[in-house]
Design a binder for this molecule. Structure first.
Ligand code: GAP
Length: 448
């Protein structure tokens, strides 16, 4: 198998796994799909929710001086004029094949012919990446609005509101999670580059003299964060982006990259945006967005250090990191030849389902009742699943495949002893635990 084939093979395996097990589905699939759009399935939505909560806690609780915000997707179009997104700043250069009519970003082309059919390409054209819509009943120029291409503009618009209402002092941060939209020319690599995605962004406002120091601080913090939920250090790197390729607002840009099955790809951007945003919004709106330093009595535009990560890209990285195929299965047995088993070794905090409750057999009503009682007692504390179909071994395999960290089995001893077996996904260790202690023990183990 060539390198290219093995790369596609593993991306394809993850795509098919995500569909089969309810993580990610193609959007509008019954109508042939819609390029660059995906839906999160029942497990995908739990996983994304966990990731977002984990990031939110990291920003607003583990760090000091960061407050949250939830601003609207549509804004006055003047905002995007001032931010530079309506001008050349947020455009890709597009070339189209005259033969097969496929479109490519100019930087994706190695020479002047089409990578698909070697046809002749058109001259390069600038193409703005923002998606347009209309507000109100008329579809004229005056009612045009754009779906936001990044969440942070809403943060800059509320900079003064947050200062006035929260009595925060520089340095401080505002963070937000929300949808962004980009009319990407070439969505690709599954959920790596899509046209609708969620961003988790934090804007750190600081004195210009402190910007370099905070840039390094946040870069290191963010690299540490990824390792705190199982992304291996050797699969992460921070790459400085040369000025000629960096975002139009960035004085300095470092991409945090992950080694995806298709190669290195950016998961997070760390940007020193200088005073680009606040000074431009001041100029265009006429509103003074300077910060008044009570100690020195001076006013200045704070510099902004931004950390920005995509929820879907990070989910893809985590799934790729966690997905394992184990030839011959996890347990050695002399029984018939075993097939390959899948283990999703995803961090317990991020795992979509935390506990599966299984009665040892389903044809003993007293066992089923006991297992259902355990399930009911746990399900208000954790996302749980009850499963009684198939052999116990098969049910264990099903839970391993979707990364369930703990499996509880209710057996005949449970009826007398009021205890159960608790199986750990990673070690496959099984121990007897009293039913009354389950909630506390599992809560404790989920914290690690
Ligand atoms: N506010 C800064 C900003 O938006 P960016 O580098 O353009 O910076 C930040 O985007 C992150 O958002 C990326 O690292 C990526 O995780 C995610 N992202 C950007 N475009 C995306 C797309 N088309 N599909 C999925 N995720 C995307």
């Amino acid at each position: 198998m060539s390198k290219e084939e093995s790369k596609n093979n593993s991306v394809d395996k993850i795509i098919s796994f995500c569909k089969r097990r309810g993580f990610i589905f193609q959007s509008s699939a019954i109508y042939g799909g819609l390029g660059g759009f995906y839906d999160a399935g029942p497990l995908g939505v739990e996983m994304k929710k966990n990731l977002k909560e984990f990031w939110w806690k990291e920003m607003t609780q583990n760090h000091e001086n960061i407050v949250g915000l939830d601003s609207s997707i549509l804004m006055n179009p003047k905002v995007l004029q001032a931010s530079g997104h309506l001008s050349a700043g947020f455009a890709d250069t597009l070339m189209e094949c005259k033969k097969c009519h496929k479109r490519f970003k100019k930087e994706e082309l190695k020479n002047d012919s089409c990578p698909e059919c070697e046809g002749e390409m058109t001259d390069p054209k600038k193409f703005n990446l923002m998606m347009k819509t209309f507000i109100g009943p008329l579809e004229d120029e005056a009612s045009v609005a754009y779906l936001r291409p990044e969440t942070c503009q809403g943060i800059y618009l509320n900079f003064k509101n947050v200062l006035d209402s929260m009595r925060v002092k520089i340095p401080f941060g505002i963070c937000q999670i929300g949808k962004s939209f980009r009319n990407e020319i070439n969505p690709k690599n599954f959920i790596f580059r899509t046209r609708e995605f969620e961003q988790m962004e934090m804007q750190w406002f600081c004195h210009p003299n402190k910007a370099d120091e905070f840039f390094e601080y946040w870069k290191e913090e963010r690299l540490k964060w990824y390792q705190s939920f199982g992304i291996k250090k050797e699969k992460l790197r921070a790459t400085e982006v040369p000025k000629t390729e960096s975002a139009h607002y960035a004085r300095k840009q470092v991409d945090i990259e992950y080694l995806f099955p298709f190669g290195w790809g950016e998961i997070e951007g760390i940007h020193n945006r200088g005073d680009w945003d606040l000074s431009n919004h001041s100029k265009h709106s006429g509103e003074d967005l300077m910060y008044f330093d009570e100690k020195t009595g001076k006013k200045y535009f704070p510099y902004i250090i931004e950390t920005s990560v995509g929820v879907e890209r990070l989910s893809f990285a985590l799934l790729a990191e966690a997905y394992q195929e184990i030839e011959g299965g996890r347990t050695k047995t002399t029984k018939s030849v075993k097939k390959t088993e899948i283990l999703l070794k995803i961090d317990k905090k991020i795992a979509p389902i935390k506990i599966a409750v299984l009665p040892l057999v389903k044809n003993k009503p007293e066992l089923v009742k006991k297992a259902k009682d355990v399930y009911v007692a746990l399900k208000t504390h954790f996302v749980c699943r009850y499963d009684e179909t198939g052999s116990i071994g098969r049910r264990y395999r099903r839970t391993d495949e979707i990364g369930v960290p703990f499996v509880i089995t209710v057996d005949f001893d449970s009826l007398e002893q009021h205890d159960v077996t608790l199986r750990d996904r990673d070690t496959m260790n099984q121990e007897r635990i009293k039913i009354k202690d389950l909630v506390n023990i599992i809560k404790e183990r989920l914290k690690d």
